[in-house]
Design a protein around this ligand. Structure first.
Ligand code: XMP
Length: 524
């Protein structure tokens, strides 16, 4: 939790799939908010945090079930404005003396409802200022239970055909409750409801990147004092922004280690090291350990074995260089808010490991270092905004994600230096094409993979027997699901011709049109 500098809003999470979207909508309004799972929220947490308002999220449970989640009763006596959403609405009604029933009931009282619905207004409510367009508004419903009797003090301000209590409020206590989900895309004007709610709760919109930067710098100085910090700089957005911010706070007390495993893209090491060392004046150690990594990877073709080798060597190498920095007490990490939020798990049980991503998570315990994590409160797009604020160039901040094991997992089968060289060239031509056609920012991630197969071709009058490569480009929001990018045939034809003409060793180009699921984004 941060110091008491900003107005804050508490979101009590009852386990909805879309709780994070509520936080996104609020952050877009320059409102600072924190999500806490309902199990962790009691009266003292609320008193300590002193939120200006509370939102109760949706959730999969039924308030009619004994032992189902509740908000602390004390919340409703604290004089704080509360907005309940879907399950949150039902929790409010139940706890404040109303009634919630499950399933379909006869007589038009209310019923389970999933998907698009239209709400019509009843009377005037400040929460709805500027909301209803032409007498009705589209919303997204997703509920099995429904409120069948309002709690004392509440009145109805909006109804839908299946939810007579779609929008209700007790204006004397600033309690608001909606049956639908204003945070999702399919409630097109949902953001307006949040805007009205935070306005009536007295928020001033004081959560800006400029203010955050100043406070973060101050906090880092207090935490680190005159001690040294080390940072594993990967060139990705998160570690880059973390490094730039910590450098602004403590200058040369920060040393970055850029581990070069020889699996980077064309000119990547030079670009990253050049930018941070030469343009931003950070102390950067370029740990060129290509020989070590490629030596151990030689002859390995199993994807998980490749990842494990790279992960293990990465930690060894980082530790070796960090040991040379005398007196280092802190390790900087670019941990983001979505990694920090404790999710409410109803399913239980471990999920299946599809790929064992490596990161520097195991480092602090091993090295006895304390963590500096200045991005812990930020979402990805806020990190980008902070990066811009700190003067990192736009083309750098907008870069597609790049996996830790690098080109190793874009070279299915055995890794050889020759194949890596060919892959680097083909990838560079492909990305150049995407940039030239102005498509880079429309695509979430694009890259080339070199396939473990050689095919026959004809160039000039000669026969060729060279590698085939696959182009991959996907759209996605978070990498969890993805769809292939629909390039035009002209673009694909032009790109294939360029790669085959400009990259010796490739004589065939294919385009991967698999979505995720069932595919994954990377080929390994
Ligand atoms: P997949 O292939 O699982 O990729 O659909 C989803 C996202 O994760 C990246 N990725 C990795 N990142 N270490 C990483 O740091 C890994 O081992 C790894 N494997 C995949 C991938 O590039 C995509 O952005």
């Amino acid at each position: 939790m941060t110091d008491q500098i900003h107005d804050r809003l508490l979101i009590i999470d009852f386990g909805s799939q879309v709780t994070q979207l509520i936080a996104r909508r609020l952050r877009e309004l320059d409102v600072y908010c924190e999500i806490h799972p309902y199990q962790n929220v009691d009266a003292s947490l609320i008193q300590d945090m002193a939120p200006k308002a509370v939102i109760l999220s949706g959730g999969p449970d039924s308030v009619t079930r004994e032992g189902s989640p509740r908000a602390p009763d004390a919340l409703f006596d604290m004089g704080i404005p509360v907005l309940g959403i879907c399950y949150g609405q039902q929790v409010m009604m139940q706890q404040l003396g109303g009634l919630v029933e499950g399933g379909k009931i006869s007589g038009g009282g209310g019923t389970a409802e999933f998907g698009r619905a239209f709400v019509t207004p009843e009377g005037q409510l400040n929460l709805l200022d500027g909301w209803f367009g032409d007498g009705k508004e589209q919303v997204w419903m997703s509920h099995g239970d429904h409120v069948s009797k309002l709690a004392p003090g509440f009145e109805v301000y909006g109804t839908s055909p299946n939810a007579p209590y779609a929008i209700t409020a007790d204006t004397s206590r600033n309690f608001y409750a909606v049956q639908f989900h204003p945070e999702v895309h399919h409630t097109p004007k949902g953001a307006k409801l949040y805007e009205n709610f935070v306005r009536l709760a007295g928020f001033t919109g004081d959560w800006t990147m400029g203010a955050y930067r100043e406070e973060a710098v101050q906090r880092i100085r207090e935490q680190v004092g005159d001690k040294k910090v080390i940072c594993a700089l990967s060139g990705g957005v998160d570690s880059s922004v973390a490094a730039a911010l910590i450098h602004e706070a403590v200058g040369d007390q920060l040393t970055c280690v850029f581990v070069d495993h020889g699996l980077l893209r064309k000119n990547e090491a030079e670009e990253v090291v050049g930018m941070f060392r030469d343009h931003m004046n950070l102390q950067v150690i370029h740990a060129d350990e290509t020989e070590l990594f490629l030596g151990e990877l030689e002859g390995q073709s199993d994807p998980e074995t490749k990842r494990k080798i790279i992960g293990r060597l990465f930690i060894d190498v980082f530790q070796k260089y960090a040991d040379q920095i005398e007196g280092a007490e802190f390790l900087a990490q670019g941990t983001l808010y979505p990694d920090v939020i404790e999710s409410v798990s109803f399913s239980g049980g471990p999920s299946v490991t599809i790929k064992s991503h490596h990161n520097v998570g195991g480092l602090p315990e091993k090295m006895g270092l304390k963590l500096v994590e200045p991005l812990r409160e930020l979402f990805k797009d806020e990190v980008r905004a902070l990066g811009r604020e700190l003067g990192l160039p736009d083309h750098f901040i907008g870069r597609h994600p790049f996996p830790g094991p690098g080109l190793a997992i874009r070279c299915p089968g055995e890794i050889t230096r020759a194949k890596l060289d060919i892959l680097r060239e083909a990838d560079a031509v492909y990305i150049d094409q995407i940039r030239k056609h102005g498509l880079y920012d429309e695509i979430w991630q694009a890259f080339c993979a070199i396939l473990p197969v050689r095919t026959v071709g004809v160039m000039g009058d000669g026969r060729t027997y060279d590698y085939a490569c696959a182009l991959r480009a996907v759209t996605s929001v978070d990498g969890m699901t993805a769809d292939y990018y629909p390039f035009s045939h002209d673009f694909l034809g032009e790109t294939a011709t360029r790669i085959i003409n400009e990259v010796p060793g490739i004589n065939r180009v294919t385009y991967d049109i698999t979505s995720k699921p069932p595919g994954t984004i990377e080929w390994e």
